[in-house]
Write a protein that binds this ligand. Structure first.
Ligand code: MG
Length: 306
């Protein structure tokens, strides 16, 4: 295992990576649920949702037969907003009651929404690659109804659904900068549909300027992530990007300089900040949940958790 790098004091002094347990085949989509003091996450191939509760330090099954949920986040009222490969939609879980938020654009069903963020204005932004309709273990076989893989913005206030990023081959993780002037989107397509290599490398985090709070312009590569793929990532309150990779969690400054590296025992799918003060990083490394104390919180913390 490579050595930890923490030149910017991102980790609490003496912090250790704790193994909180596992049992997943492929763990994804973590969110800290403050009301429950718990981390909820997807075990996609097992088609279930697991939950680690801080009070008893245990992982239990939160729900089964969940139509292959993937990424999740908190809505403005503390509800859990999550992606469903099987339902091809973004849905909301309010205390165990699950209902659809958005399922179609221009009459077409989505492919298999993968990851989601809620902006401070309440709009719901999500990526729509095709893993859930192309990989048998992660959903149900299906076609690309609108013929591509985009990032969408859904406005619950008006019902509007708009594509906001259309030039990433396989959009996967996404997150806003602290002032929401930037949107980061990862591309995890190693190949194009033609079988040719993705000219942009397929393992990059892209960044866009957000205009009028609702349009993405001026897309460029923020960083190529090596080794592995930037499946899921989060941005902290200082604008640093904490991303998954094959060998652990890599942290990049807003200027794209690598300022941190946290090695993990297995490939990382996704991560989130949480805990009572928001400064614990929770990392899903393939089968297991890990945690470590940091000195920072999620960029969205101040608007999401009262
Ligand atoms: Mg993902």
């Amino acid at each position: 295992m490579s050595e930890r790098i923490d030149g910017a004091g991102l980790l609490e002094e003496g912090a250790r990576l704790l193994d909180q347990g596992g049992g997943a085949v492929w763990a994804e989509g973590p969110v800290w649920v403050p009301q429950l003091r718990a981390v909820r996450f997807s075990d996609i191939p097992n088609n279930r949702i697991l939950q680690w509760t801080q009070a008893d330090d245990r992982i239990s099954v939160y729900a089964e037969d969940v139509e292959f949920t993937n990424g999740r986040t908190l809505g403005l009222s503390g509800e859990v907003v999550q992606c469903s490969h099987g339902h091809r939609r973004v849905e909301v879980d309010r205390g165990g009651e699950v209902s659809s938020l958005v399922e179609r654009w221009d009459g077409h069903r989505f492919n298999s929404p993968n990851d989601v963020v809620v902006k401070s204005d309440g709009s719901v932004w999500f990526t729509d690659p095709s893993y859930g309709i192309k990989k048998a273990a992660e959903g149900h076989p299906g076609d690309l109804e609108y013929g591509d893989h985009w990032v969408f913005r859904f406005d619950p206030a008006t019902g509007e659904v708009d594509p906001v990023v259309i030039d990433v081959e396989m959009p996967n993780g996404l997150a806003f900068s602290p002032d929401e002037s930037l949107l980061y989107v990862s591309d995890t397509a190693v190949e194009l549909p033609t079988g040719e290599p993705n000219p942009l490398g397929g393992h990059c985090i892209h960044v866009y300027d957000v205009q009028d709070g609702r349009r993405c312009k001026n897309g460029r590569i923020f960083k190529a992530i090596e080794p592995g793929l930037p499946d899921g990532f989060r941005v902290d309150e200082h604008g640093n990007v904490w991303t998954s990779a094959l060998d652990g969690v890599h942290v990049y400054s807003p200027a794209g300089r690598r300022i941190g590296f946290l090695p993990t025992p297995a490939k990382v799918g996704n991560l989130c900040f949480g805990g009572d003060d928001g400064r614990t990083l929770f990392v899903l490394a393939t089968t297991s949940l890990h945690s470590i104390r940091t000195t920072v919180r999620d960029a969205a913390h101040v608007v999401r958790i009262p």
